[in-house]
Ligand binder design. Structure first.
Ligand code: UDP
Ligand code: MG
Length: 330
C-alpha cells in the first residue's frame, strides 16, 4: 500500500527567532518518517505566515528554495492563530492524505507524530495530541489551564482535556470539517464534532525554544470566552434558569411584604430595598452582557466574511493550487 502523504501545518506569527531553529527539527522528523516508509516522499511542511511584521515570510520562502519539503502560504494580514491553522488545513486538504497541525515554537514533542501516523494507519481519522504533564508551565498557567478545560466542559463545550491544536486530521475528516462554516473559530472544540474514529497520543510539552508567547492572559481569557460562547448555549440557559429562580423569590418576597404590611409590621426598610435594586440591576447588566455576546456572534456569522485570505504562496503551492482563495463558499 502506498504510504499516506502528510502535510505538517504550522502557523507562524513573528517567529523569526524560533523558525531557524525549529524548521530543521521539522524537516528531520519528516525525512525520518519518509525513511521509515510511514509517509510518502511527497509529504510537506506547510508554514502559514499569519501576517508577521518581522522576517518570518522571507525565512519561509528561503527555506522553500533550499528544500522542496518546505512550503508556505501567507495570510493577507494577521488573523490569529485559529484562522492561520484553518487556512493551512484547507490548503493542504486536497493535496494530502493526512495533516498534522502544530505550533512552530518547538513546545510540542515532534516524536508524538510517529504515534499519530501509526494511529491513522490503524484506522483513526483524528488523533489528538494530549499533554501528559504540565511541569514546564508556571503554577499560574497550569492552574488556569486546567480550570479552563473543566469549566469549558461544564459549560457544554466538548473539548479533549489538555489538548491544544497539535493533532492529526485525515483529508476525509477535513473535507467534512470544511462544511462547518462558522467564522468564530475554536478548532479544538469544533473538531470533536466532526466525529469519526479518533484517539489521543500523549506527549510532554517543553518550553518555547525562542521568542515570546503570543498568548498573554488577556488573549487566553478571550479565547476561553469565545470557546464557550461559540460552542454552547448553556450560559443562556443558565441565565434563563437563574431569572426564573429570581422571579420566584421575588414573588415570595412580594407576598411577604404584603403580609407584613397588612399585619401592620411594615418597616421603612431602605437597606433591603437598596440591596434588592442593586442585586437585580447587577444581574440584569451581567445577563444582558452575556446575551449580547451571543448576539455579537450572530452578527459576525451573518456577515459570512471569509475566514482567511491567502495573499502569497511559495512556488510549489502555486503550481499545485487547486482552489482559489479561502472564502466561505468553497
Ligand atoms: N500564532 C499565529 N497568529 C497569532 C498568534 C500566534 O499564527 O496571531 C502562532 C504562533 O506563531 C505559534 C502558535 O500560533 O506557532 C502558538 O502561539 P504561541 O506559542 O505564542 O502561544 P502559546 O504556546 O504560548 O500558547
Ligand atoms: Mg507556544
Amino acid at each position: 500500500m502506498k504510504p499516506p502523504i502528510l502535510y505538517i501545518v504550522i502557523p507562524c506569527y513573528n517567529e523569526e527567532k524560533v523558525l531557524p531553529i525549529t524548521s530543521s527539527m521539522f524537516l528531520n522528523k519528516l525525512t525520518d518518517l519518509i525513511a521509515q516508509n510511514k509517509i510518502h516522499q511527497d509529504s510537506r511542511i506547510l508554514f502559514v505566515n499569519d501576517g508577521s511584521k518581522d522576517d518570518t515570510w522571507n525565512i519561509i520562502t528561503d527555506l522553500s528554495r533550499q528544500d522542496c519539503h518546505f512550503q508556505g502560504i501567507a495570510q493577507s494580514r494577521n488573523r490569529g492563530h485559529q484562522n492561520a491553522v484553518l487556512a493551512g488545513l484547507m490548503e493542504a486538504m486536497d493535496r494530502c492524505d493526512i495533516t498534522i497541525s502544530i505550533d512552530c515554537d518547538g513546545q510540542d514533542d515532534l516524536n508524538a507524530m510517529d504515534q499519530m501516523v501509526d494511529a491513522y494507519l490503524d484506522g483513526c481519522e483524528i488523533v489528538y495530541g494530549v499533554r501528559a504533564s504540565r511541569d514546564t508551565d508556571t503554577f499560574f498557567k497550569r492552574f488556569t489551564a486546567e480550570g479552563y478545560y473543566k469549566f469549558l466542559n461544564r459549560m457544554g463545550a466538548e473539548v479533549v482535556y489538555n489538548h491544544a491544536d497539535y493533532r492529526l486530521m485525515s483529508a476525509r475528516a477535513l473535507h467534512e470539517f470544511a462544511k462547518f462554516k462558522e467564522v468564530n473559530l475554536f478548532l479544538r472544540g469544533m473538531v470533536p464534532l466532526v466525529g469519526f474514529k479518533s484517539t489521543s497520543v500523549y506527549y510532554d510539552r517543553h518550553e518555547r525554544l525562542a521568542g515570546e508567547s503570543h498568548y498573554p492572559l488577556k488573549k487566553m481569557l478571550m479565547l476561553a470566552f469565545d470557546g464557550i460562547t461559540s460552542l454552547s448555549v448553556k450560559p443562556i440557559r443558565m441565565i434563563t434558569a437563574t431569572g426564573l429562580i429570581i422571579s420566584v423569590l421575588s414573588f415570595i418576597g412580594i407576598i411577604w411584604a404584603l403580609i407584613t404590611a397588612m399585619t401592620g409590621q411594615a418597616v421603612a426598610g431602605w437597606a433591603s430595598t437598596a440591596c434588592i435594586v442593586c442585586f437585580i440591576g447587577g444581574m440584569q447588566a451581567l445577563f444582558l452582557g452575556i446575551i449580547g455576546e451571543y448576539i455579537g456572534k450572530i452578527y459576525l456569522e451573518t456577515k459570512a466574511r471569509p475566514r482567511y485570505i491567502i495573499s502569497e504562496r511559495t512556488k510549489e503551492m502555486l503550481e499545485t493550487d487547486r482552489h482559489e482563495g479561502g472564502n466561505n463558499d468553497e
